[in-house]
Design a protein around this ligand. Structure first.
Ligand code: ZN
Length: 279
């Protein structure tokens, strides 16, 4: 396993971690100042800054872009809504290419409004990614399917295990891979085997870290800082690296009552310290 103890080049900041405090421009400047090697913007922050301007700022700061968050949200109740989602995803691919992102993260979407048909939603996800793939391949932008914890199956992502994501990749072919976010998959008894399977197919496109707090006060906005919860992050990172992943470790923490209320420079300093010691 790679030694992170003296190194922050392989640390990436997902802008969600300080989304309440900083603009994208401030995130870029903060990463550069703290010696953090990468950044992963969200599209709302990117839109505020403008993709062209963001691309220049990121390049000037010497940062890698470990992913753009996010595309996806494919299932919808009507064909018109599904077409609109696809159009938006094509724009997300273009934005990701404009800033030199290593992948576009896909949060695939959950049940259409009023639906109880999760199998149907999963088919819509497969069809949606398939329809996006030509555009993504032409832009040379890998699509990273991120399985989300099953508590989000209804409203955010009906792909909930790495096995499901791997099966989708097998069905869809080139241009699509997976993002392994420890927050979403740490509990999965098949995780080690499915990480190895993803690695054997050379499709691990991202590795995201945070921690699972006990208790968790909010299903969406109470993620923990690495080391503050129950996830054995080094064990999972070891599996991911044994599977051939040599990319960055991206910190992605949604924390409305804790980390979003802190001084952002202190948040980054803590991310760096934990990256060196508990990731
Ligand atoms: Zn993630």
């Amino acid at each position: 396993m790679r030694d992170f103890s003296g190194d922050t080049a392989l640390l990436s900041l997902n802008t969600a971690t300080v989304q309440a405090q900083w603009t994208l421009e401030q995130c870029i400047e903060g990463c550069a100042r703290h010696g953090i090697g990468g950044i992963a913007p969200w599209r709302d922050k990117l839109a505020e800054c403008g993709a062209k301007r963001a691309a220049r700022l990121i390049r000037d700061a010497g940062l890698r872009v470990t992913g753009l968050c996010r595309g996806g949200m494919f299932p919808a109740a009507t064909p018109a809504e599904r077409r609109a989602a696809l159009d938006d995803n094509r724009k997300a691919v273009d934005d990701a290419a404009a800033i030199g992102a290593e992948c576009l993260i896909l949060v695939v979407g959950g049940l259409p409004e009023g639906s109880k048909d999760i199998a149907g939603a999963r088919m819509q996800v497969r069809d949606g990614i398939a329809a996006l793939l030509d555009h993504a391949r032409a832009a040379a932008m890998p699509l990273a399917i991120e399985p989300l914890h099953p508590m989000y199956a209804a409203d955010r992502a009906c792909v909930n295990t790495l096995k499901q994501a791997n099966d989708l990749c097998d069905a869809l072919g080139d241009g699509v891979g997976v993002a392994v976010d420890v927050y979403h998959v740490w509990w999965d008894p098949d995780l080690e085997a499915e990480v190895a399977r993803a690695g054997a197919a050379d499709r691990i496109l991202g590795f995201h870290v945070s921690d699972w707090l006990v208790p968790t006060a909010d299903l969406l906005l109470d993620r923990g800082m690495m080391g503050d919860g129950v996830i054995d992050i080094p064990k999972i990172r070891g599996w991911v690296e044994d599977a051939g992943y040599d990319g960055a470790s991206e910190v992605e923490i949604f924390s409305k009552d804790n980390w979003w209320r802190r001084e952002p420079d202190d948040v980054l300093a803590t991310c760096i310290e934990r990256h060196r010691t508990v990731v």
